[in-house]
Every structure is written in C-alpha cells, then in structure tokens.
Design a protein around this ligand. Structure first.
Ligand code: ADP
Ligand code: ZN
Length: 606
C-alpha cells in the first residue's frame, strides 16, 4: 500500500508496515525505545507477551544486523521463516546448515545484507564467528531465553554464561536479554552473569488473562477429557500432558479411535518419530499432542487452544509453564486439569521414594502442597497462581471458581466419621477402601479384614462416593490427613480438635453435574451462525493451501486472530484488508488477493 501515512514515530511505522499491528502492547514501546537509542534492557514478560518485537523492531531501526542468541534450533527456524513471511532479511547459523550454506550467510552478514541473524550460543562464541562480527555492522545483541544462564533452573546452558564476553568485546552495541521466567533469584542471576548492571529492567505482569483455568474432580478422566474436547475444542490444536509414556501412548490411541487427530510424544520414542510428530503438530491445523513433560520447550506455536493435564504436574511453576503454551496469540484458551486423590498419592510417593537428600525433599513437599492448595481452591485460581509468583490481583472472572463459585456445607460430622473409619481400620488403607467402609460395601477385602464389624461401617450411606473422595482430599489439603509411603491415609496432629468436637469443618460441595461446570468454558471462536462457520472453514482451507504450497506452518500465513477479523469484518477490498491486525505490507501483497477472493465468493453466495 502506498497511501501516505501520517505516522511520525519510526517504531510505529515498522510495527504497522512490517508486522501489520497498529499499537504496541504493554511495555513494548518503552523497550523498543530503550534499545533503539543504544541502551541495554532486561525484559521479563510472560509467554505470548510479545517479546520478539522488543528486539526485532530496534534491530530494523538501527544500522546493521541484529544478532539473536537462541538456544533452540527448531525455534530459530520457525522465527526466521516467520520473519521472511513478513518480508524481512532473516537467517540463522546453526549446525543444521552445510558449510556452503553457512558461508553464504556469513557473506551476507559481512555485506550488511541481513536484518536479523539467529545464532546458537556455542557458535556465536567461536573464534570464527567473533571474527565475522568484528567485520560486520551489528545493530544489537538479543539474548533470548536468558534464564538459560541460571545454573539452578531446568534449562541451564553452560555456553550462556560466556555470553558476557559480548559486552567486553562490543561495548558500544546494545544488548537486550529476554525471559518468561518469573522469579527474582533468576532475574538477579541474569543481571550478574550477563553483566547487565546498567540495563533498564522491564517487568510485566505474569498474568495470562486469555487463559481460562479449570480444575475438575477426576471421575472418569477419559470421558471427561473427551467431553471437554468435543464441547469446546472440536478441530483445535491442543496439548495433553500425562505422567508416563504408557499413558501417553494409550491416551493418544484412544483419542484417535474417537476420531481426534492425536499424536504421542515422549522420550521413549525414536528421535525421528518425535521430530516428525512435533512438525505435524506445529505445521498442522488442529493436531492434539499427547505428551509427557518432555514436550513443549521451544514450541512457540501461537494457536494452541488448550492445554489439558490428565495427571498432576510437578509444581505450580511447572503448571504455569506448561499451561502457558496455550493461547500465545491472546485469543481465548483453556487450561484444564483433571485431578484426584490418587494423583496426590502418586506424587507423594515419588518424592518419598526418590534418592534426593532430605532438604530437596522438603522443598518438593512444599511445592506439592502449593499445588494442592491450587487444585482444592475455593477462591479464584488465578489469584492463587499469581500470588505464588509474588503478584497480587483481584478475582479474575475467568476461572472455574469465579464463574461458578463452589457451594460449601458444614461437614463436621462426615469429617469425623471419615477420621474414625481411618483410625479404626489401622491407618493403612487408601481412600477407596475407606469409602467402602463408610458407605458400607461388604467387598471381599472388607470382609476378609473384618471391617464390616467396625462401628463406622455403613455410617455414611447418604453421601456419594464422589463427595466422600472430595472430602478426603480436602482433609488432606488442610493438613488433617496425611498419606504414608504406601498410599495409606493417616491422621495428623491437626485433626485432633476436629475429632474432639472443638472445631467445625466446612467443605466444598462436589459438583455433581460435571457438564454444567464444563459448559461455562466458552468456545474459543464464537460463531454467530452456520454461515459464519462456513466462511471460517473456507478461510482456514485457503490458509492451509497457501501454507502447504510454501511448506510453512499454517499460522505463519495469518494467525487465527487475523483470520477471525476477516470473518467479522468481511473486507471487500485490499484497502479494507490492510486495516486488519496482522496484515502488513508483504502479506497484503502475497496473500491479500487469495483471501479476498474467498470472502467475495462467499458473500456472493449469500
Ligand atoms: P513471546 O515471545 O513473548 O512469547 P511473541 O513475541 O511470540 O511472544 O508474541 C506472541 C504473539 O503476539 C505473536 O503472535 C505476535 O505476533 C503477537 N503480538 C506481539 N506484539 C503485538 C502487538 N503489539 N499487537 C498485536 N499482536 C502482537
Ligand atoms: Zn478467577
């Protein structure tokens, strides 16, 4: 488009023309200005916050090439492809290139023919590469995933520590370090190790407002999961986390038998299969990945519409990171977890049986308790999550608790009955057996142990299994009950006042109708009518065709957010198309007509 535009601010101009966006988000503008004018920056922003533009735009505004250090090869390739789609001169240097390919790129760098160059850290530190940098004009250094310098974190990369030489060798080149890791200790470590003492620090809220958090009580997890997907995520891309490889395989097979495009991913698969599944997930439009936590690092697919946990994650940190892979594009997304007492038992066992030293176990127990507090929450889940990262907030209105506050009831008597059943049966049995006693089921095991003779036998007939199991979980969550190393429930000190009748116990009522709770989870894209649904499908098909033609992921043509705008605004000219968010100059030229034709054809049929 050549229409003269009155945008004096050069950063806004690049934002508009190259990326197709009209306004900066949050602190983006301030970060861009800091780096454009030659200052250093440390940027802490959640996943999906928009970190990339913070270095891409200053790199375009300054003379020379922006050097981006990134630890993950797959991610580099994706980012470079996406930048080329936007019409930029971007490339990467890593071990996947042949010697000839690499030297071609090196020549481009020295010849000042690149806007952005992504480099693996070990390569950047090599004498050869340092030499090249000496001969080139460098706009800035961006250090992505900067938490990799932290020796205490899970993504430690020794090469990252040596990146401080960049400052010594190129003191006049601004540096920008970026991470989505929230904690203060890591932040300090980044400053120290990368010598960023002079850097301005930009801290954003770690809230992900577009993610809706929901925890359901495990009843029949497969059925619950299937209902969740069918109701809310038909045809959407999503990730389902399971604890074991076996469960990953079984769940993926079963979902496929139910007609869902599901693929397994875990460390036990051949490297080739893993890579293929990952590519199909990233490129595809609506693939569901069933995975262990081995999957996820370095996936920056923006249109993952849901993350589901069939097993309890390791900690709230892990949960935040895993669920954070949903909704990078800011469109409504779901974080859904099915949870039951058995999960808790399993996690406790894993901690107790590990070879780790006692002080490590203590930390792990505390982390598990925090997770339990979240799972059993009676108040806003987002508040609990953010508070864990040191952020205070109001109830969010976008989690299951806010949307349908749980009912509570005075459960003093049933709680006492449960404690009594546990005590009298010798503090050795798991929840299922205790519930059998309370409800009065004369199973073989009950009879064999003589538990039908105990006074609490059948005392709790009027209460459902689900409510009993929820009550037991709440007693565990409140520290009244513990779990021994064999998964048996035991009484803890804190239950004494309750047993003696000196204290009441208020419990959450179990949600008997699971579908009702689920129904509150909105669909990601709302269709006003069947007609809209038809156009949506046609737009997606057009995107799929273009993506296949060029062998790039579908989202790189246009993101869901842009497609949704086409659906809502129905642009009938290229000018109107250019108004949409995500349509920059290059994409308008390359794809504008194709989508315009889809829309025009659809409108003519109406
Ligand atoms: P991060 O690296 O922080 O996880 P990204 O840089 O990948 O996030 O950005 C997430 C998504 O948000 C991308 O799809 C990006 O194009 C989009 N985005 C970033 N900044 C803006 C903006 N100012 N306006 C609209 N969309 C934006
Ligand atoms: Zn809430």
């Amino acid at each position: 488009m050549n229409a003269p535009e009155v945008t004096p601010d050069p950063a806004l101009r690049v934002l508009r023309h190259t990326f197709g966006y009209t306004a900066f988000r949050g602190q983006q503008a301030a970060v861009v200005e800091q780096v454009r004018t030659g200052g250093d920056a440390l940027v802490l922003m959640p996943t999906g916050g928009g970190k990339s533009l913070c270095f891409q735009i200053p790199a375009l505004l300054r003379e020379g090439c922006g050097i981006v250090v990134s630890p993950l090869i797959a991610l580099m390739q994706d980012q470079v492809q996406a930048l080329r789609q936007a019409g930029l001169r971007a490339a990467y240097l890593n071990s996947t290139l042949s010697a000839e390919e690499a030297s071609a790129i090196e020549r481009q760098l020295v010849g000042d023919e690149l806007d952005l160059l992504y480099v693996a850290p070990e390569r950047l530190l090599s004498a050869r590469c340092q030499n090249l940098l000496d001969q080139s004009r460098i706009a800035l250094f961006a250090i992505d995933e900067a938490h990799c310098v932290s020796q205490w974190g899970h993504d430690f990369r020794p090469e990252y520590i040596q990146l401080s030489v960049l400052h010594e060798r190129f003191p006049q080149v601004p540096r920008i370090a970026l991470t989505a890791t929230a904690d203060i200790a890591t932040r300090q470590e980044i400053v120290e190790r990368l010598a960023l003492h002079e850097a301005r620090v930009f801290v954003s809220s770690f809230d992900r407002p577009n993610i809706r958090y929901t925890v359901v009580e495990k009843d029949n997890p497969r059925k619950q999961l299937l209902r969740f997907i069918r109701t809310h995520h038909d045809g959407d891309a999503g990730i389902i986390y399971c604890l074991s490889r076996k469960k990953v395989e079984e769940t993926a097979n079963w979902l496929r038998s139910e007609g869902i495009q599901a693929l397994p991913y875990h460390a036990g698969l051949e490297a080739e299969t893993r890579a293929e599944h990952q590519t199909r997930f990233v490129r595809g439009d609506g693939v569901v990945m069933v995975a262990t936590v081995a999957f996820g690092m370095g996936i920056d697919k923006p249109d993952v519409r849901f993350v589901a946990h069939l097993d309890l994650p390791k900690s709230l940190e892990a949960y935040y990171q895993e669920t954070g892979r949903a909704g990078r594009d800011s469109l409504p997304s779901n974080a859904w977890m099915a949870y039951g007492l058995q999960d808790l038992v399993l996690q406790r066992e894993m901690i107790e049986q590990s070879q780790a030293p006692e002080e490590v176990k203590r930390v792990e127990r505390r982390k598990l308790d925090a997770l339990l507090g979240y799972s059993e929450a009676a108040t806003c889940r987002r508040q609990i999550l953010l508070r864990y990262f040191g952020e205070e907030s109001e109830p969010c209105g976008n989690c299951d608790i806010c949307l349908a506050p749980p009912q509570t009831f005075d459960a003093t008597v049933p709680a006492q009955q449960a404690l009594s059943a546990i005590y009298r049966s010798g503090q050795r049995y798991g929840a299922a057996h205790i519930i059998d006693i309370l409800i009065g089921r004369a199973t073989a095991k009950i009879i064999e142990r003589g538990h039908n003779q105990l006074s609490p036998f059948g005392i709790g007939k009027g209460i459902s299994d689900a409510q009993w199991s929820s009550l037991l979980r709440q007693l565990v969550a409140q520290g009244m009950l513990g779990i021994n190393e064999f998964g048996g429930l035991i009484l803890l000190e804190a239950c004494r006042p309750l047993l003696r009748g000196e204290q009441n116990f208020t419990a959450r009522q179990v949600r008997e109708a699971a579908p009702r709770a689920a129904a509150s989870v909105r669909r990601e894209i709302e269709f006003a009518s069947d007609e809209a649904r038809t156009l949506w499908a046609a737009l997606r098909q057009c995107r799929r065709d273009l993506a296949e033609e060029q062998n790039v992921p579908a989202y790189m043509i246009f993101g869901d957010a842009t497609l949704k705008q086409m659906l809502d605004h129905r642009p009938m000219s290229l000018e109107a198309m250019y108004e949409l968010s995500g349509v920059g100059d290059r994409k308008l030229d390359a794809y504008g007509m194709a989508f315009l034709e889809v829309i025009q054809k659809h409108q003519r049929r109406l």
